[in-house]
Design a protein around this ligand. Structure first.
Ligand code: NDP
Ligand code: MG
Length: 381
């Protein structure tokens, strides 16, 4: 029986993870759940999965939950609680499903204990890829991807020699604005940007998909997860999201992983690897698929994608600046404080503002994140 610490249990990945765990009660148990403030859903999850400990980052909401709870679940609160549980409690797998920079610190704590990391929180590898992968090697901690593209590549790489792979091909749906002219980007609404054609995800990643920053973050994530250089990573628009990504070998042969878009599969694989467990998810019905189409990404239109390749080449703290600026800009767009088309402008301004520090340590990364957030919070496009 593997014990799971689930960071971000009330989010889109969190809920899907519990849907997977529910199907294998002999194999997995939940030891810890964490949320930011959604105590209503957390309370239902506690009643079903009986974790020994939960974290509610918001102190007021944690107090409310304590007074509502019967039974003996320990409720912790505050920002430092995520690191505390990751570094002290008993578990086998940390499933990282929080959104944004807040996933970094607890993931590092789990790595230092040599735990398996099932990683959905791509921002961890974006902001500190070099540091995190170095620590994972040092402490012998496996990082298994949950992000569907990376899970696809990971599955394709099983049994293969890395030096015989010449290219990773990361597919992208193109998001809700694939057929929208860039001129319209200044007037798109939050509702339109949140209307993703294929995936039902949290708000932040859904906006990132609309700007294609998400694909840029995934290219950086792939660089660190698999150790391939940026020039060996291609992005390919594939609007149906059936091919989740591919690898191309030195002889031109290509291996792909396919299936309907459903995050339960990569989550399950990250928990069960190297085994595969039978499930009753819908099987792909090829004759019903009609056609699979592919396009080159338009870098003029999706400025964020080019910025991500640029920070990957620059290295150092540049990806951390890009990520922090993007998180703040997306949040401000969601609050209707600024236009959709301002997101890449603010990110670029932040990149131009701050000096790049090469091979940053963890303190430098935290400081860089904080300074960038402060700068972008009131920045005009
Ligand atoms: P959601 O916004 O749906 O969920 C985020 C979760 O994290 C919630 O449980 C939320 O709690 C919690 N949370 C939010 N902010 C904080 C914080 N500051 N401190 C602690 N906890 C916090 O996100 P998703 O599930 O969509 O995405 C999670 C991660 O997985 C992201 O990094 C995303 O890029 C990645 N990912 C997601 C995919 C998807 O299909 N959704 C696909 C591939 C990757 P509360 O509910 O209380 O606010
Ligand atoms: Mg993805």
């Amino acid at each position: 029986m593997k014990k799971i610490l689930l960071l971000g249990s009330t989010g889109s990945i969190g809920v899907n993870s519990l849907n997977v765990i529910r199907n294998f009660p002999e194999e997995f148990s939940v030891s810890v759940l964490t949320v930011n403030k959604n105590i209503e859903l957390l309370q239902k999850q506690i009643e079903e999965f009986h974790p020994q400990t939960v974290v509610v980052v918001d102190e007021n909401k944690a107090g409310e939950l304590r007074s509502n709870l019967k039974g003996n679940c320990n409720v912790l609160s505050g920002k430092d609680a995520l690191c505390k549980i990751a570094s002290q409690l008993d578990y086998d797998i940390l499933l990282g499903a929080v959104v944004g920079f807040s996933g970094l610190a607890p993931t590092i704590e789990a790595i230092k204990r040599g735990k398996r990391i099932a990683l959905a929180n791509k921002e961890t590898l974006v902001v500190a890829g070099e540091l995190v992968t170095r620590l994972a090697q040092e402490y012998n901690a496996e990082i298994i991807p949950v992000d569907s593209e990376h899970s696809a590549i990971f599955q394709c790489l099983v049994g293969e020699k890395k030096d015989q792979v010449e290219k990773l091909i990361i597919t992208a749906s193109g998001g809700p604005f694939l057929n929208t002219d860039k001129e319209k980007f200044s007037s798109v609404t939050v509702k339109e940007a949140l209307n993703h054609p294929n995936w039902n995800m949290g708000n932040k990643i859904t906006i990132d998909s609309a700007t294609m920053m998400n694909k840029g973050l995934e290219v950086i994530e792939a660089r660190w997860m698999f150790g391939f250089k940026a020039e060996n990573v291609d992005v390919l628009i594939h609007p149906q999201s059936i091919i989740h990504s591919m690898i191309q070998f030195v002889d031109g042969s290509i291996k792909a992983q396919l299936g309907y878009p459903d995050m339960r599969l990569p989550i399950q694989f990250a928990l069960t690897y190297p085994k595969r467990f039978k499930n009753d998810m819908e099987r792909t019905d090829f004759p019903k698929l009609n056609q699979l189409t592919f396009y080159k990404p338009d870098y003029e239109k999706y400025t964020c994608l080019g910025l991500a390749f640029q920070v990957l080449a620059d290295g150092g703290t540049a990806p951390c600046i890009l990520n922090a600026a993007n998180e703040v800009a997306v949040n401000r767009f969601l609050k209707e404080e600024m236009k959709f088309s301002d997101i890449p402008i603010l990110v670029e301004k932040a990149l131009n503002k701050f000096e790049n520090h090469s091979t940053p340590d963890i303190e430098t990364i935290f400081e860089c994140d904080r300074l960038t957030r402060d700068y972008v919070l009131n920045l005009e496009a």
